[in-house]
Design a protein around this ligand. Sequence first.
Ligand code: CAA
Length: 287
Amino acid sequence: MSYQLKEVTVIGTGIMGLGIVQVFSQKTKCKVNILSRKQESLENAMKKIENTLDKLEKKGRLEESKEDIIARINPVIDIEEAFSNTDLVIESVIERIDVKEKNFKNADRFSPPNAILATNTSSFSITQIASFTQRPEKVVGMHFFNPAPVLKLVEIVRGNKTSDETVNIIKRICEEIGKEPVICKKDSPAFIVNRILFPALNEAASLVEEGVADPEDIDKAVKLGLNWPMGPIELLDLIGIDTTVEILNSLSGRLNESKYRPSSLLVRMVKVRNLGRKTKNGFYKYD
Ligand code: CAA
């Protein structure tokens, strides 16, 4: 395998994109580009990363200085600059297929031929995303979990044409960045964890909607009864109600099963933009 990871490009400055940037800048010596369409988003992104690293530094959790880690991060707007030297692209933009298509076409056009193009999508087919490129064998799902710097798992998801070599390289990279990979052998909706988790989150929302129990008691019950680190209602607010509805819609559409249809409470919350922590208002309120 002649592949060597020297430069990584993360597309997107949302919670997951920033978490992934943080992981690569802390765990490797690579240059880490963050690509966004807006200068303002990049400035906010750098502030958030600096704040997080600041807290970790104060707790003595960093292996080198905050400044050295930040120096490896390159916020970038120019598409050619973002891709022209990259070895690995990880797309983590909004879950809209037209936006993914545009980003994958750009990444394919400007990245070196041996670069791997990965997506952190939780709802779309890897095979479909790979079809936007001329290198489907080098397109793969690399699905991180929120918060990405803390949670160990990465689901590596094969599209129909993803090569064994690509999967093996991504496995090796996961190990380099301190993650535990699992392989999803089939390009199946929501992969492994979300297929199990999201019906449970949907049921938790239905329990609130039906007035069976209050959010606090549902969270307490699941934390104490199942030993989850967070209750399902808190987790809905962390993941985002909009993302949850998108994932449930994708599951019910692609598997053609009404059991995955989002509860009407979740749908109403999206309409009034009670999206969870990101809007400071979900099932709970946040300062
Ligand atoms: N970078 C590095 N470390 C971080 C961090 C960050 N951004 N954020 C938190 N940490 C560290 C803290 O420093 C702390 O470390 P120490 O114990 O060494 O001090 C540790 O993580 C725990 O943090 P806290 O003490 O603040 O909080 P906690 O113990 O309550 O844990 C939690 C918080 C990690 C979020 C935990 O509650 C948890 O694991 N919750 C479940 C989250 C989950 O299920 N995520 C999956 C969502 S599904 C998904 O992501 C897939 C999808 O497609 C939507």
